[in-house]
Design a protein around this ligand. Structure first.
Ligand SMILES: Cc1cc2nc3c(=O)[nH]c(=O)nc-3n(C[C@H](O)[C@H](O)[C@H](O)COP(=O)(O)O)c2cc1C
Length: 363
């Protein structure tokens, strides 16, 4: 089954962006304040998100579900989310739609809501699969799984190198998602999977009513590389995958672009946002939340539940410490604190038509 193969590859192979976009994250400098005027324990990361009180603007983005073997993984991820009071995403619900009525498959998703009753649980479906689906089926699924939002993923780079990939990313998908926004009782989150959302695409969906975006930029897990490992050594698409190992929009760029064209939307920064300092930088640039996927799963699979929990606890503690050192009591205050944007991020944003100085002042 594809999901099992994906998990195995993600855990055992190097599937990351070649340099994790170091130069773009290094371009963001938060200013150290030698007298923060607050104490560390005054830093308050709590927030309201999707009608739940959460302890930090940090989420585990969608990964697994659909095969009985991943039941335990999802149950453990949900236990982590509930223990830390942070949101959690489900992996694509396509298997559930294909195998309607298969209780073992359904349970791999339902276990998350059951185990994490107090945090937002976000469903997931591929945009390219939408036109073949009856919107009523999706509404029923959202109700049945008691979801707080539905993420729709756009993954053209992954599909283009996937053996059985579907590259029918036609405009009708925009209409379908606009219908979903109108029909569902919970928000729709448009997300990428690690190649980034551009301002053009955020703009299109924003104009059709979408108010939640997970930019999933190209600084972490690269799904083109993941798919490469599923191809035979001399398959032509392997060369395509090698050429595209760093394809996509760096996460910091995607955060600014999304905020630039969707001023009042909820922006989730993900894609290689793998430590608390990177998280603070993304929140400073204008993200409302940060998300991460692979490091949580990999730590869980290789080192176990306690290690994965500790990984996220230190992540959140690092974020808190950076906020303390920038004299920011809350993420909202962090956004008002000085940030310096150096090149190459500065050059990139300028060439995309963004007045960076004006942007930083109006975050
Ligand atoms: C094992 C695994 C499975 C994933 N499955 C899905 C999925 O079903 N749907 C989806 O939208 N994203 C999926 N993703 C993508 C993540 O949600 C995320 O956007 C991406 O991995 C970038 O985040 P990262 O760099 O922190 O890993 C998956 C990621 C991993 C690691």
């Amino acid at each position: 089954m594809r999901k099992i193969e994906h998990i195995d590859i993600v855990v055992t192979k190097d599937v990351d962006h070649p340099d994790h976009c170091e130069k773009y994250f290094d371009s963001i400098v938060l200013i150290h304040q030698a007298l923060p005027m607050i104490s560390l324990d005054e830093v308050d990361l709590s927030a309201k998100f999707l009608n739940h009180e959460i302890s930090a603007p940090v989420m585990i983005t969608g990964m697994t579900g659909g095969h009985p073997e991943v039941y335990t993984l999802n149950e453990k991820l949900a236990r982590i989310a509930e223990a830390l009071r942070i949101p959690i995403g489900l992996g694509s619900m396509r298997p559930l739609l294909i195998k309607r009525g298969d209780q073992a498959v359904a349970e791999t998703y339902k276990v998350v809501r059951r185990t994490a009753p107090d945090v937002p649980v976000i469903g997931n479906i591929g945009a390219v699969n939408l036109p073949g689906l009856n919107i009523r089926e999706i509404v029923d699924l959202v109700n049945e799984l008691e979801l707080d939002a539905l993420a729709v993923h756009l993954n053209p780079a992954q599909e283009s190198v996937q053996l059985e990939g579907d590259t029918g990313f036609k405009f009708e998908i925009v209409d379908y998602i606009a219908d979903l926004v109108k029909t569902l009782s919970v928000p729709v989150i448009v997300k990428e999977v690690g190649n980034g959302l551009s301002m053009e695409i955020v703009g299109v969906f924003y104009s059709r009513g979408v108010r939640y975006f997970d930019v999933a930029g190209a600084c972490g897990t690269n799904w083109v590389t993941v798919e490469k490992y599923r191809l035979s050594p001399n398959h032509v698409k392997r060369q395509v995958a090698d050429a595209l190992a760093s394809w996509g929009i760096p996460t910091p760029v995607a955060v600014v672009e999304a905020r630039y064209v969707a001023r009042d939307a909820v922006i989730i920064a993900s894609g290689g946002v793998w430590d608390g300092l990177r998280a603070a930088k993304c929140l400073s640039l204008g993200a409302d939340m940060v998300g991460l996927a692979k490091p949580v799963l990999k730590t869980l699979v290789l080192e176990g539940f306690e290690s994965a929990l500790r990984f996220l606890e230190s992540y959140i503690q690092t974020l808190k410490t950076v906020m303390f050192l920038t004299s920011s009591r809350t993420p909202r205050e962090l956004r008002r604190k000085p940030v310096v944007i150096l090149s190459p991020l500065l050059d990139f944003l300028k060439q995309r038509g963004i007045d960076v100085y004006e942007y930083v002042l109006s975050r």
